[in-house]
Ligand binder design. Structure first.
Ligand SMILES: [Zn+2]
Length: 125
C-alpha cells in the first residue's frame, strides 16, 4: 500500500510482477486489482450483498471501502449494527425459550416419574 504512494520508484504487480503505473487501477498483465478497497465487494452492491449474507461481519468491507462516501459508511454501519443486535437478541430469545421448554419438559418427566412410583407402590401394597 505504501508503494503506491511513492511514485518515484517503479511499481510491480504483487501477483505477476509486471511493471505497473501508479495511476493503474488494474494490472495490465494479469488484471489484478491494484487499488485495495475498490473492488466489487467495496461498492454499494457488494456491501449490500455481503450484508445480506454475512450481516455485521460485512462491516470491515464498509470501513475499508474507498468507493463509499463517509455518509454512506455511517448509514451502512448503523444498519449492519442494528441487524447484528437483532440477530443476537433473536438468538438469546430462542435460547431462553428452549431453556424454558426444556425445564417444562423435565418438570413433566419428574411428575410422571412420581406418578409411576406411586402406581408401583400401590401395586406392591
Ligand atoms: Zn499482474
Amino acid at each position: 500500500m505504501n508503494e503506491l504512494e511513492t511514485p518515484a520508484q517503479p511499481l510491480f504487480c504483487k501477483r505477476c510482477h509486471a511493471e505497473i503505473r501508479d495511476t493503474d487501477n488494474y494490472c495490465h498483465a494479469c488484471g489484478k486489482s491494484l487499488k485495495p478497497g475498490q473492488g466489487f465487494l467495496f461498492t454499494h452492491a457488494g456491501i449490500i450483498l455481503m450484508g445480506l449474507v454475512l450481516g455485521p461481519f460485512a462491516l470491515p468491507f464498509v470501513w475499508m471501502s474507498k468507493v463509499l462516501s463517509p455518509a454512506a459508511k455511517i448509514i451502512y454501519t448503523v444498519i449492519l449494527l442494528i441487524v447484528g443486535f437483532y440477530l443476537i437478541y433473536s438468538l438469546v430469545h430462542i435460547f431462553t425459550l428452549t431453556k424454558q421448554s426444556m425445564q417444562l419438559l423435565l418438570g413433566n418427566l419428574s411428575e410422571l416419574e412420581n406418578g409411576l412410583q406411586s402406581v408401583q407402590s400401590l401395586g406392591a401394597f
